[in-house]
Design a protein around this ligand. Structure first.
Ligand code: 1YM
Length: 650
């Protein structure tokens, strides 16, 4: 346990709250449902920090019928003494001053300040009301409200109703309780998503070994507890459920180097791709960054040294590559450090250069220590066998590629007669429709605007790439055609800047086969072209389900059963045609309903939580039948589809 030396004067005051309400986007990025959750995470983060510092081991999150949410921890409690400079209590400073906190510059060690690190005052500023209780022998209470200023007519944000009050009511509890009601005039929606909250709480429980996180939803009387005494080890085992692992117990290490606390767990499977997920201060970093680079180079170094030592590599042999060690690797790497800098497209890439050598150093030291343990020799043998077989395939594939190149490449041969390319040369304008079936493909070819729309009809089903080696994958005609059409290459050679079509639109029927084709294609993109999804290039085309004709003239296309019901309620009896597949539409209808940028409905595919998506794909697309059955049993909801990717209309 750290020493509790905190005094309220440690807090540094920066500025007031009205600015937050004026420009919420500046502080929480967006006022969409994401922003709504953001203000919950601010409060949760403070509680998790208290746990990370060793003062609390239980956090409770609740949703209430009145639309409010609360978070409670059993830590030290936010300071209740008077902050000298501000002349008010620590509690008041935390909820009314932007960026308040021992967090920003005190001796108290705290890791916040990342993506969510704008502070609890932002939650207060964007709430109708917020109530705090601090339990320190007695119960302290304080309440804030956003209210209209009578003189100016403007809303004043997060105003204290009264100073912090010691109610003198005795309590055995210790810690902090915060309940707030998000302001409906600020957010596009004030309905929390239980699914989003559960995912994040589970992730936090994995990342903070032993921390118990309880969730309760009053709307549905739903209760869930997350607690993982194995922490990252449990996380890796969870991700590998449904895969065959090469050894039973994940390798694990935790150590600090130059102010960077590094923790990782790894376990290999017989898969052909890797599943590495990294975090900084409990925040996911899907774009990677310095910590990942350090981890990968550490692994490559230390395993190559071991391979030489154990004669897996002879003097004349080249080293294994980083990619050889990636095959089948499932790993979580979590670092905690101060002053994090996020970079990249979505600000989820760790930029701090000092993280690289620190992580590399810890990785090398920890793994070489483990290598000295005789009991683990089988584990390391299995890892090296895997790398050796990956290297063999790599060298064979390289040879195959050279041969292919020499004979004018398999790639262009595959394309003959299939892809109807577009004539325009601006990738950012161009669209590739991947269309199920030859007949729909034919209609699409007639309907398209040749200048910027290309059509690739799929004859059969694309290969399920889960569980297939890359050399087999490349032999699949459908996949090979897609790869060469897109122009980016795949896997470690993927290069987004060579993408020939900035919209890749999957167009399949609204039936099970259509869903299957969609999932197969998305699995391929997720495993081998993930940035195509990350950067928002993948879309699902939405053909209509019905065509409603009123009195033989006015025609409406309807995309869901709900739309149909609403339409019938509005205009009365119609003649209804139900489309069983894209093939039933002629070129004109296909254009009008599904391809015309002015009228069509497209859903952009996004990845909310890559680790969770990875696990789901393993379960749904891998070869373990039991895990899949269980999943289907637990999750059957036949109104929803494509559960593994969140889709948004665009
Ligand atoms: C339900 C939300 O906010 N818990 C919480 C917050 C703080 C402390 C303890 C705390 C931190 C420190 C010292 C420190 C915060 N304190 C501050 C500030 N739960 C929740 N529990 N003593 C208590 O970091 O030094 C900000 S958060 F600024 F007052 F130190």
């Amino acid at each position: 346990m750290a020493k509790n030396t905190y005094k309220a004067e440690d807090i540094k005051i920066l500025e007031g709250l009205d600015a937050v309400r004026m420009r919420p986007g500046m502080y929480i990025g967006t006022t969409s449902v994401r922003g709504l959750h953001h203000i919950l995470w601010e409060i949760v983060d403070n509680a998790v920090d208290e746990a990370a510092n060793g003062y609390c081991d239980r956090i409770e999150v609740k949703l209430y019928n009145d639309g409010s949410a609360s978070v409670e921890d059993n830590g030290r409690g936010i300071p209740v003494d008077i902050h000298k400079k501000a002349g008010v209590t620590g509690v008041q400073v935390v909820f009314t001053q932007l960026h308040a906190g021992g967090k920003f510059g005190s001796e108290n060690y705290s890791y916040s300040g990342g993506l969510h690190g704008v502070g609890a005052s932002v939650t207060n500023a964007l709430s109708e009301w917020l109530k705090v209780q601090v339990y320190k022998g007695t119960i302290y209470e304080m309440e804030f409200r956003s209210e209209k200023d009578e003189k100016t007519g403007k809303i004043k944000s997060g105003v204290p109703v009264a100073p912090l009050k010691d109610t003198k009511v005795k309590t055995n509890k210790k810690g902090t309780f915060v309940r707030f009601k998000p302001d409906a005039t600020v957010f596009e929606t004030v309905e929390f998503s239980v699914e989003t909250i559960l995912k994040r709480l589970k992730e936090l429980a994995f990342l903070n070994k032993g921390l118990e996180i309880d969730f309760y939803d009053e709307h549905t009387d739903f209760h869930r507890i997350y607690k993982y005494d194995g922490g990252l080890i449990d996380f890796v085992k969870y991700l590998n459920e449904g895969k065959s692992t090469l050894y039973y117990q994940p390798l694990y290490a935790k150590a600090e180097k130059d102010g960077v606390l590094v923790e990782f767990a790894i376990q290999h499977t017989d898969a052909y791709v890797d599943s590495l997920y990294s975090y900084v201060n409990n925040i996911p970093t899907p774009e990677g960054g310095m910590h990942e680079t350090g981890f990968r180079s550490g692994i490559t170094r230390v395993f190559n040294d071991y391979a030489r030592e154990k004669n897996y590599l002879k003097d004349k042999d080249d080293n294994f590559t980083g990619d050889d060690f990636k095959e089948g690797l499932t790993a979580i790497i979590s670092v905690k450090m101060q002053n994090v800098q996020f970079e990249g497209q979505t600000k989820t890439k760790l930029g701090n250069p000092e993280a690289r050598p620190a992580v590399e150093n810890v990785t090398i030291n920890a793994l070489s220590d483990l290598m000295k343990n005789k009991k683990l020799s089988k584990v390391f043998e299995a890892i090296l066998d895997k790398a050796a077989s990956a290297a063999k395939v790599r060298l064979a594939a390289k040879k195959a590629k050279e041969i292919a190149r020499a004979s004018k490449s398999i790639e262009s041969k595959n394309l003959v007669g299939k892809l109807a390319a577009c004539s325009g040369r601006k990738p950012e304008m161009n669209e590739l429709f991947i269309v199920e079936g030859d007949s729909a493909g034919g209609s699409a070819k007639q309907a398209r605007v040749r200048q910027y729309q290309a059509i690739l009809p799929l004859r059969g089903k694309p290969l399920n790439v889960e569980k297939k080696k890359i050399d087999q994958i490349l032999l699949n005609e459908e996949i090979a055609t897609i790869i060469s059409a897109l122009g980016t290459g795949i896997g470690s050679e993927f290069d987004l800047s060579s993408l020939k079509y900035h919209k890749v639109i999957i167009l399949s029927d609204a039936d099970v086969d259509g869903s299957h084709i969609r999932i197969l294609l998305l699995t391929f993109f997720f495993r081998y072209m993930r940035d195509l999804i990350n950067e928002g290039h993948v879309y699902i085309g939405m053909p209509p389900l019905y065509r409603a004709t009123k009195n033989n003239k006015s025609v409406r296309y309807l995309y869901t059963d709900k739309e149909l019901q609403n339409h019938l309620a509005e205009v009365g009896k119609c003649e209804i045609q139900r489309y069983k597949g894209l093939g039933e539409m002629d070129a004109e209808q296909l254009w009008e309903t599904t391809m015309d940028p002015e009228k069509r409905n497209l859903m952009r595919v996004t990845i909310d939580d890559a680790a969770e998506a990875d696990r789901l794909i393993t379960v749904l697309m891998g070869d373990e039948v039991a895990a899949r059955k269980q999943y289907i049993f637990d999750n059957s909801d036949f109104d929803k589809e494509d559960k593994f990717s969140k889709m948004k209309r665009s």
